[in-house]
Design a protein around this ligand. Structure first.
Ligand code: ADP
Length: 583
């Protein structure tokens, strides 16, 4: 397996070296053969020229037979002399008289025409292959014949030498290939081992490599990547530890839950809140038993929204405010804050206000009663004027204590709602009937502009109180106009009731704070109109107790629309009931 790269490389290099050696061998051999033959041929031609010159020179001085023997020996070839008729005069290797006429031999035909002629064929006389070369003389022609077998022997000898050289070259190439392939495959193997270490998470692995070839450049890049990865990982780990320390030092309990509703992470503050043992990986339901928490987690997991809830049964006698938010991995994180102390302080504050208001009620009633009696009996106009001021202020204080008491009750949930399915029409008609006289006195009419055929799950008296406060405000702040419109429209599972007036409207910067207690746009005007600054706060709490929402839109110079949403009876009966019961 590990040697695979080496074997492949080696095989490739062997093939390349083998093919190139063979090709080189073939080419060299061919060209060498061609050059050898042409050399031989040229040599023969030179020799035959000399032979012809000597035959011309020595004709008649020595016998031709002697001449051919000498020449044949010297040239290591067969020498032949013929006369013009083609008759063989002498031959170094055969009986001239026994030889047939040679005038038709191609080399002699050429020689008779005055040129050097040549031919290669099997000799009739000797029966072996010769390379013939003939040259003209004054009396005929001479010829040298070189046996091809000796040429072939020469060629074979050189071929053998060449083959040996190729073999040595091949072996040398193989050795170099072995060393090269081993070196490359060793470097590649080191890279494979390195990559496996990184894949196994061992980011401290390093790949030392120097050089400038592609493998070295690749190795250096991989090494740099590993260093960078390790550095990033260390930074990440550092941040994670910091975050963990931070979360562990918090008073709030934090728990992360996986998409499968198992505990994914929790901080130290979560330990005392767990029903049993809490550990990473165990199902949430085994660690926390609070049904509200489980329901909120399930909802956040499903809808991927941020949700808050108040938990009463995480720890006996304690109240927790919880916020749950979806995590990017599909899970949920919950932050639980112990709000028992805040709730206690809040309750004390509410009780105090309620008690003070309650205690003020009786003296104020008697103050009002006696003031009115005194007014009836007093004839002095100055005294009556002062008494009227006392009466107005006592009335104001009385309204204030009443509103404070109402607010304390709706805030604390002391006023348990009695919700039931009520027709929206009936609620609107009730409001219209109850306040039309009051409106008429101020020159206004109350019109019902939209009446959907729907049922809401609501406490009739509480909703009446909401309409009372909103219509009272409309009458106070839109005096001088003609009408007030009330109505309701459908809003995704809720019904949105509204009270619209066509008065001066409210500047937009005041709108976000309008429902806070004692928040007034114009204090003097509110006081003059008999306002306490608590009407809208009461509205907000009643609507919240119904599991709804309240709000306002307003346009300066055109009027305001105060609205509140209540769950529809058919859709959210159970939820509304559950919410209302808890209050
Ligand atoms: P108040 O007793 O002062 O009316 P509320 O809580 O009912 O107290 O209202 C708070 C403030 O909101 C008022 O003081 C007034 O400035 C403003 N407001 C309420 N209703 C209207 C309205 N219909 N038109 C203009 N201003 C309004």
């Amino acid at each position: 397996m590990r040697k695979r790269i080496f074997l492949k490389l080696l095989f490739l290099i062997v093939v390349v070296v083998g093919v190139s050696t063979a090709a080189l061998d073939l080419l060299v051999r061919r060209s060498w053969e061609a050059s050898l033959l042409s050399q031989l041929h040229q040599g023969l031609q030179d020799k035959v020229q000399m032979f012809a010159a000597r035959a011309d020179r020595e004709a008649g001085t020595i016998p031709f037979q002697q001449l051919v023997s000498e020449i044949g020996k010297a040239a290591r070839a067969r020498a032949t002399i013929i006369d013009r008729s083609g008759k063989v005069l002498a031959d170094s290797e055969a009986q001239a008289e026994a030889m047939e006429n040679h005038a038709t031999r191609p080399e002699f035909i050429a020689a008779f025409s005055g040129k050097t002629g040549s031919d290669t064929r099997t000799s009739h006389t000797l029966g072996i292959q010769f390379s013939y070369v003939a040259a003209p003389t004054s009396f005929g022609a001479v010829r040298l014949a070189y046996p091809l077998s000796s040429i072939r022997a020469d060629v074979r000898k050189v071929e053998k030498e060449l083959l040996e050289a190729s073999g040595i070259a091949f072996l040398a190439g193989l050795l170099v290939a072995l060393i090269g392939a081993e070196s490359i495959s060793r470097r590649l193997r080191r890279m494979v081992v390195f990559a496996q270490e990184i894949a196994d998470g061992k980011l401290s692995a390093r790949l030392p490599e120097s050089g400038s070839d592609e493998i070295a450049v690749l190795a250096m890049s991989l090494d740099k990547t590993a260093r960078q990865l390790e550095k990033n990982f260390q930074n990440l780990e550092g941040s994670r530890q910091q975050l963990e320390t931070l979360l562990n030092s918090m008073h709030d309990a934090v728990v992360a839950i996986s998409p499968k509703q198992d505990i994914a992470w929790f901080n130290g503050a979560m330990n005392p809140l767990a029903a049993g043992r809490i550990a990473v990986g165990i199902p949430l339901i085994r660690a926390v038993r609070d049904p509200d928490l489980l329901q909120v987690v399930a909802e956040v997991l499903e809808k991927r929204i941020v949700k808050s809830a108040t938990l009463y049964s995480v720890s006996p006698g304690r109240i927790f405010g919880m916020t749950s938010a979806p995590l990017p991995d599909g899970g949920v994180v919950c932050v639980l804050r112990d709000s028992t102390e805040i709730a206690r302080v809040e309750r004390t504050r509410r009780d105090f206000i309620a008690n003070v208001s309650h205690e003020l009620r009786t003296p104020l009633t008697s103050l009002l009663g006696y003031t009115e009696t005194l007014m009836d009996e007093s004839a002095d106009s100055k005294a009556r004027e002062f008494l009227e001021i006392i009466r107005r202020n006592a009335q104001r204080m009385s309204r204030l204590t009443e509103d404070l008491l109402t607010l304390a009750r709706v805030e604390s949930g002391e006023d348990r709602l009695q919700p039931a399915a009520v027709s929206a029409n009936e609620l609107l008609r009730d409001a219209q009937t109850s306040f039309s006289e009051l409106a008429k006195a101020k020159g206004l009419t109350i019109e019902i502009s939209q009446t959907p055929d729907a049922m809401v799950f609501a406490d009739r008296d509480a909703i009446h109180q909401v309409f009372a406060n909103l219509i009272d405000n409309a009458l106070k702040y839109a005096s001088g106009t003609k009408k007030i419109e009330i109505g309701a429209t459908d809003r995704f599972g809720s019904l949105e009731f509204y009270v619209r007036d066509f008065g001066q409207g409210i500047p937009s910067e005041h709108l976000p704070r309008l429902f806070e207690r004692f928040y007034r746009v114009d204090k003097a005007r509110s006081r003059e109109a008999g306002g306490t600054g608590l009407g809208l706060a009461i509205v907000k709490h009643i609507v919240l107790n119904h599991g709804g929402q309240a709000g306002v839109t307003s346009e300066l110079g055109h009027g305001s629309v105060f609205w509140f949403r209540i769950p529809l009876a058919v859709v959210d009966l159970e939820i509304a009931e559950a919410t209302a019961n808890r209050k």
